[in-house]
Design a protein around this ligand. Structure first.
Ligand code: GDD
Ligand code: GTP
Length: 425
């Protein structure tokens, strides 16, 4: 039996995803026509023996209700539930807190997915490696540039055996360009004892500091860390657990050559949208709009959207429900959200147009392209760091013929004059 846990975080997270996360919890933001977590769930649903998915987070109980209802219909073979942490417990704290639910049905292993990554989730390849090596844990890794690597968890591995030799979370100096993708497969019988010993270490350490001269420190007294209150329930997989697992000799890495991106900033939704659209196009998904003179694939158009036949869309464009795109408009590398309207002859490039926003006739809303391999969505322009993607929050208005360039615009703003390289609050 195999299960999957998706870590969805909570309302105090996703701050870098503003202004979009002001109106929708980040995991439910739609790229390529589906919410970010739907893409995780879709991948999980392809693992044949997988029957149960647990979302763990600290959003309100009702946040994922509709998503779970719809997904249960779409993936009837999978039981999906949401378990809510009473506070942010960290990436391992939640797993431990809900261990009874995870252990129910005696799964011998389970996947853990960070919800804020965009990738092809090669879960079957991870399972294969797990079985081949009789592993305790398998982590998904990918190569990034040396400069980018220290923003992630870094893995030093033995290229031949694929064994993880060292793991360091966001190291200060360069140790490896192979990084943690935020996707794991754990043996149930190993991960919980590892977390338990991490808790024990944490509980003991402060005592040792408080009573440095105590000669007869009775460690058996702290043997049950759960008695020790809430603080110690906060545990991070990356800092508290993974580096220890590396000592076990049964921790392996599957390096993916396929696409991978983190979804942190609101702007990073644009590359995620492009990558998932490309994947859907390659697999000939019927959701992708038929290419034509004015549709440069891949493009997703919601069935309830209205697109004028003289507008040119794509590549890498998603148009949400009830959105309207006028005659002669040009939209490229962009996400147009529900009920947004783009008037005739306007141009939207490298941008996200928020729910119910309006872009006037002959207006331009544009960002700047970043290299395809880049793992950041900010660029240096005239010596200042600005967002490469222009984002209009919910219900913004851009006047006719107004040009908005490399800006982030908070909800409900009216832009009547040209703006560039600004955060409009
Ligand atoms: N349930 C729950 N509770 N989820 C959480 C919590 C928590 O307290 N804290 C974080 N998460 C979820 C987030 O929503 C996200 O999906 C995931 O756990 C990781 O988030 P962060 O803790 O912010 O870590 P990070 O994204 O900076 O780095 C992690 O992911 C990188 C890949 O994207 C690390 O695992 C890195 O090593 C890794 O490279
Ligand atoms: P291609 O022509 O598709 O090869 O685009 P490009 O990469 O050469 O140009 P760019 O990325 O700057 O612009 C993308 C598209 O938007 C081009 O087809 C331009 O013709 C079109 N475009 C640029 N500015 C405007 C505008 O103000 N209004 C309209 N309607 N289209 C524009």
């Amino acid at each position: 039996v195999t299960k999957a846990v998706i870590l969805v975080g909570g309302p105090s997270r996703g701050t870098r995803f503003r202004p979009l996360s002001l109106d929708v919890p980040k995991p439910l933001f739609e790229v390529a026509g589906h919410s970010i977590i739907w893409h995780c769930l879709k991948a999980v649903s392809k693992v044949p023996e997988l029957k149960e998915v647990i979302l763990i987070g600290y959003y309100d109980e009702n946040v994922f209700r509709d998503f779970i209802k719809d997904s249960s219909r779409e993936f009837p073979q999978i039981k999906i539930q949401y378990l809510r942490e009473y506070q942010a417990l960290g990436t391992a704290g939640g797993l431990y807190h809900f261990r009874d639910a995870i252990l129910k049905g005696k799964p011998d292993r389970f996947f853990v997915l960070n919800s804020d990554v965009c990738c092809s989730f090669p879960l079957e390849a991870m399972l294969k490696l797990f079985e081949e090596k009789d592993a305790e844990a398998v982590i998904l890794g990918t190569r990034v540039s040396n400069d980018a690597a220290s923003n992630f968890g870094c893995i030093v591995s033995d290229a031949h055996s694929k064994r993880v030799l060292h793991y360091v979370e966001k190291p200060e100096s360069h140790i490896s360009s192979l990084i943690n993708c935020g996707v794991y497969l754990f043996a149930t019988e190993c991960i919980f004892p590892s977390i338990r010993s991490a808790i024990k270490r944490k509980t003991e350490r402060p005592r040792m500091i408080s009573y440095p001269s105590s000669e007869n420190l009775d460690t058996s007294y702290v043997a049950d860390p759960e008695e020790d209150g809430e603080k110690n329930e906060v545990l991070r997989l990356e800092q508290d657990i993974l580096s220890d697992l590396a000592d076990s000799n049964r921790f392996f890495v599957h390096e993916t050559k396929d696409f991978w991106r983190q979804i942190k900033t609101a702007g990073s939704a644009v590359p995620a949208n492009a990558l998932y659209l490309a994947k859907a196009f390659q697999s000939q998904s019927p959701e992708i709009a038929t290419p034509s003179a004015n549709i440069v694939p891949p493009v997703f158009i919601h069935p309830t959207a209205t697109v004028d036949p003289t507008a040119k869309l794509g590549p890498n464009v998603s148009v949400g429900p009830k959105a309207i795109i006028g005659a002669g408009a040009r939209v490229k590398e962009a996400i147009v959200l529900e009920e947004a309207e783009i008037k005739h002859d306007a141009c939207v490039l490298y941008a996200i147009i928020g729910w119910n926003s309006r872009v006037g006739a002959w207006a331009r809303v544009e960002g700047t392209p970043t290299p395809v391999t880049s793992h950041t969505t900010s660029i240096i322009k005239n010596g200042v760091k600005v967002q490469s993607i222009t984002i209009l929050g919910k219900e913004c208005g851009v006047g006719d013929e107004v040009r908005v360039q490399n800006c982030i615009c908070l909800p409900y703003k009216e832009l009547k004059r040209d703006v560039s390289n600004e955060v409009i609050m």
